[in-house]
Design a protein around this ligand. Structure first.
Ligand code: NAD
Ligand code: UDP
Ligand code: UDP
Length: 319
C-alpha cells in the first residue's frame, strides 16, 4: 500500500461493469485508477466520478504495456457483447491475451493482487447443466465466438501459470450474464435490445424459438461478489462462477419487458445466431461457500425495473 490508502486499478473502468465497480470502490477509502481505451465504454459512464478527488482516468489500451503503481488490479477490459467482440475479432483476442500478459506483468512487478473478469463463455455451448467450475466446457475454437471464448480461456491459463510460475495472488471470476443501468443501448445483448425495442415500440426480436435459457444477474449483486472475491485469502484463486442461478427462457424475458414497459411491441422471430448456447445457468455453490454466504439479492423483476428506468431517462435526455 502506498501511503495510507489502497490504490486500485480497474481496466475497462469506463464500461458497464467497470463504472459500477469504480463507484463502489470509491465508497471505501480507496484510490481508483480507471484505465480504458473507450472501445465500448464511454466518458458518460464515469462523468459523475471525474471530479472525485480519489478518482483518476487514464486513456490507454491494455494491449500495450502499462507502468503504474497499484495494490490491486481488476482486469475488466474487453468488449463483452457478441456484436462488439465480433466487430474486430483479432483485437478482441489481443485484448484478452496481450492485455492479460501486460496486466499480469504489472501485477508481478508491483506485487499486486489481480482479478480477471472471465466469463461463462469459457464453457462454450455446455453439455452439462448447471455448470460447475470443474466442467471444462464445450467451446468451438474456430467459430465466430472463439475470439472471445478462446481469448478468455487463454487468459485463464495465463493467470494460473503466473500463479504457478511466479506466485502471483490471482483471482478468476467466471461472470454469467449481467445486466443493469449503463449497459450499452446498441450492444445487441438481449436485455438492452428488448428494453430499447419496447421503449421505441419496435418489434421485440427473438432469435430462434425463444426457448433457450439464460440467468440474469443484476449489476450490484455482481459487483459485491467481485469485491468479496478480491478480499479472499491468497489460497483462493477460483475460477469461481458468479451470476444468478434463476433461469429464464428468452421468451419469458421478452414478455416481462413488454409487461413492465407497457409497450405495444409485437414479438418477431429471427434466425438463431451460430454457436448460440441453448442453456446457461451457474452453479454458485462455491461462491456461496467462499464469499461469506454471498448470493444475488435482486430479483429479475426489480432489476429490470431499474434498467428500464435508466434507458427511459437516457432516451428522454437524448431527445
Ligand atoms: P463493456 O464493453 O461495457 O466494458 C468493457 C470495457 O473495456 C469498455 O469500457 C471498453 O472500452 C474497455 N476496453 C476494451 N478493450 C480495451 C483495451 N484493449 N484497453 C483498454 N480498455 C479496453 O463490457 P462489460 O459488460 O462491462 O464487461 C466487462 C468485463 O466483464 C469484460 O471483460 C467481459 O468479458 C466480462 N463479462 C461481462 C459479462 C456481462 O454480462 N456484462 C459477462 C461475462 C463477462
Ligand atoms: N509489463 C507492464 N507493466 C509492468 C511490467 C510489465 O505492462 O509494470 C508488461 C511487459 O511489457 C511485459 C509483460 O508485462 O511484456 C509481461 O511481463 P513479465 O515480467 O511477466 O514478462 P517479460 O517482461 O519477461 O516478458
Ligand atoms: N437474443 C435474442 N434477441 C436479441 C438478442 C439476443 O433472442 O435481440 C438471444 C440470443 O440469441 C441468446 C440470448 O438472447 O440466446 C442471450 O444473448 P446475449 O447476446 O445477450 O448474450 P449471450 O448469448 O452471450 O449469453
Amino acid at each position: 500500500m502506498r501511503g495510507d490508502r489502497k490504490r486500485v486499478l480497474v481496466t475497462g473502468g469506463a464500461g458497464f461493469l467497470g463504472s459500477h465497480l469504480c463507484e463502489r470502490l470509491l465508497e471505501d477509502d480507496t484510490e481508483v485508477l480507471c484505465v480504458d481505451n473507450f472501445y465500448t465504454g464511454t466518458r458518460e459512464n464515469i462523468e459523475h466520478l471525474l471530479r472525485h478527488p480519489r478518482f483518476e482516468l487514464l486513456r490507454h489500451d491494455i494491449t500495450f504495456p502499462l507502468y503504474v503503481e497499484v495494490d490491486e488490479i481488476y482486469n475488466l477490459a474487453c468488449p463483452a457483447s457478441p456484436v462488439h467482440y465480433q466487430f474486430d475479432p483479432v483485437q478482441t483476442t489481443k485484448t484478452s491475451v496481450h492485455g492479460a500478459i501486460n496486466m499480469l506483468g504489472l501485477a508481478k512487478r508491483v506485487k499486486a493482487r489481480i482479478l480477471q473478469a472471465s466469463t461463462s463463455e469459457v464453457y462454450g455451448d455446455p453439455q452439462v447443466h448447471p455448470q460447475q467450475e470443474s466442467y471444462c466446457g464445450h467451446a468451438n475454437p474456430i467459430g465466430v465466438r472463439a475470439c472471445y471464448d478462446e481469448g478468455k480461456r487463454c487468459a485463464e491459463t495465463l493467470f494460473m501459470d503466473y500463479r504457478r510460475q511466479h506466485g502471483l495472488a490471482i483471482k478468476i471470476a467466471r461472470i454469467f450474464n449481467t445486466y443493469g443501468p449503463r449497459m450499452h443501448p446498441n450492444d445487441g445483448r438481449v436485455v438492452s435490445n428488448f428494453v430499447m425495442q419496447a421503449l421505441r415500440g419496435e418489434p421485440i426480436t427473438i432469435y430462434g424459438d425463444g426457448s433457450q435459457t439464460r440467468s440474469f444477474c443484476y449489476v450490484d449483486d455482481l459487483v459485491e461478489a467481485l469485491l468479496r472475491l478480491m478480499a479472499t485469502d491468497d489460497a483462493t484463486t477460483g475460477p469461481m462462477n458468479l451470476g444468478n442461478p434463476r433461469e429464464f427462457t428468452i421468451l419469458q424475458l421478452a414478455e416481462m419487458v413488454i409487461e413492465q414497459t407497457g409497450s405495444k411491441s409485437k414479438i418477431e422471430r429471427r434466425p438463431l445466431p451460430s454457436d448460440d448456447p441453448r442453456q446457461r445457468r451457474p452453479d454458485i455453490g462455491y461462491a456461496r461457500k467462499t464469499l461469506g454466504g454471498w448470493e444475488p439479492l435482486t430479483p429479475l423483476e426489480m432489476g429490470l425495473r431499474k434498467t428500464i428506468a435508466y434507458f427511459r431517462d437516457r432516451s428522454l435526455r437524448a431527445v
